[in-house]
Unconditional design. Sequence first.
Length: 154
Amino acid sequence: MKNSKRLLLIEQLDAKLSCFKVVAEVVLPSVGWVKSIRTVIKMSLQQLGNRLNVSPQGIAEMEKREANGTITINALKEIALALDMRFVYGFVPNKGSIEEMIELRAQEIAKQIVGRTHVTMTLEDQQNSKERIEKAIKQKTEEIKYEMPKYLWD
């Protein structure tokens, strides 16, 4: 893939994911969303079960699976429809954006690579200045970001 196309794809994905940043800090209800919503709107297990053609025990089991993280996405979509809602999911990068994730990972690798070179040169009594090392790290980071080699995520 050409680098300009890759950069455009990164920008587009970042734009799509940016809407999830506002929900990144939402605290999930300990009993799960399904039970919380069902309880607040005063819908019984039987009533939700009727909408899904599932027994009340089946609904209680789904709520338990949601609370412990073992429910499927398809089940959540079906429950959302039965509640006259939409199920939405997404990913929120811990480092702000996909671009920032790539930048930080490239910088980590660049530091390792430049660090190994620096050690070798020091052993040969040819060490570089701090400024030159920082410049080399910056250049190597840009190179890695641009090329996005297969080892980026090793």
